[in-house]
Design a protein around this ligand. Structure first.
Ligand SMILES: Nc1ncnc2c1ncn2[C@@H]1O[C@H](COP(=O)(O)OP(=O)(O)O)[C@@H](O)[C@H]1O
Ligand SMILES: [Mg+2]
Length: 284
């Protein structure tokens, strides 16, 4: 296991019924990093997270958290150091939000502080059965954050959150990660994670297809040059000057008016697609 990583899995495989779900998944989460786990629905994101938490057993391979091996029988390290929200929080409908949090800690200051930052405070005295999906989700997130875990695992935490709440969550994650907390966050929507993650792991059909830092991803991706004309806009790869020349000649010949030429920075989705594309070409 790399020295600076808080979690690592080594070639974990698991199946449900007779279907293979995870296929040799080896990942490593750097300490203090915010790591995104992205992939389409059914890719195995929740299964990876459950395995790391010792909630399900794996057929082969091993999982280490803080250097200690985790299995469904041995997971005391998880209780001590890890907070998690998996597939919506486990909640008691007839207890209030506050009563849920009070079961986890006596530190009322911490309860109020996290609840304030996510806009949950006014719902705390109310019974959870009346909560909206988003409010339940916020309660689950606060439950995961309480007691200063070293690692926080959040499975699709933005589910049900409105844009303002998503921003509040982003700010809170950024603040905690600056103080050294490691985050492992899944989403099937790339753009949701783009603003908060340092590293990205892509999972597809139970296999890791990419694991890299965003910094590297952006370095390798090309920006686009956008030519806006009276007849619509044309996109050109940043460094493709022959394409640029041909396009300009064509536009001028047709007497199309050029209104603007600008760079469009690539977003995470562009970069990922390009990376995967290049990668496949190398393999073929
Ligand atoms: N309890 C279960 N019973 C049967 N199949 C399951 C169960 N849980 C997960 N699966 C299957 O495992 C695969 C991965 O699921 P999951 O880890 O939930 O993916 P993700 O979180 O990326 O959407 C999917 O094909 C899903 O149908
Ligand atoms: Mg899932």
């Amino acid at each position: 296991m790399p020295q600076n990583s808080i979690v690592s899995t080594e070639k974990i495989c698991t199946h449900i019924n007779s279907q293979s779900i995870l296929k040799n998944v080896s990942i490593s989460l750097g300490r203090g990093r915010v790591v995104g786990l992205v992939g389409p629905n059914g890719a195995g994101k929740t299964t990876v997270m459950k395995s790391i938490l010792g909630l399900i057993s794996v057929d082969s391979g091993s999982i280490f958290v803080e250097g200690q091996q985790v299995t469904p029988q041995h997971h005391s390290i998880i209780k001590q150091k890890v907070g998690a929200l998996i597939e919506g929080p486990a909640i008691y409908p007839f207890l209030t939000g506050f009563e849920h949090l009070k079961m986890m800690t006596n530190d009322i200051g911490q309860i109020i502080s996290f609840s304030d930052q996510l806009g949950l405070t006014k719902y705390l005295p109310k019974k959870v059965k009346g909560y909206s999906l988003g409010t339940k989700q916020k309660l689950g997130i606060v439950l995961a954050l309480i007691n200063d875990p070293d690692l926080v695992i959040l499975d699709e935490p933005m589910n049900g959150l409105d844009p303002q709440s998503t921003r509040q969550l982003r700010n809170l994650i950024q603040k905690l990660s600056k103080n050294g907390t490691t985050f492992f966050i899944s989403s099937h929507i790339l753009s949701e994670l783009e603003k908060i993650i340092d590293d990205v792991i892509v999972l597809d059909s139970g296999k890791v297809t990419l694991s890299t830092s965003l910094e590297k991803l952006y370095q390798e991706s090309t920006r686009k040059l956008v030519i806006e004309t009276s007849a619509g806009s044309v996109e050109i790869n940043n460094e493709d000057f022959s394409q640029l020349n041909n396009e300009l000649i064509r536009l001028i010949k047709q007497r199309v008016k050029i209104n603007n030429i600008r760079y469009r920075p690539s977003d995470l989705e562009d970069s990922l697609l390009k990376y995967l594309d290049d990668h496949n070409q190398e393999e073929n």
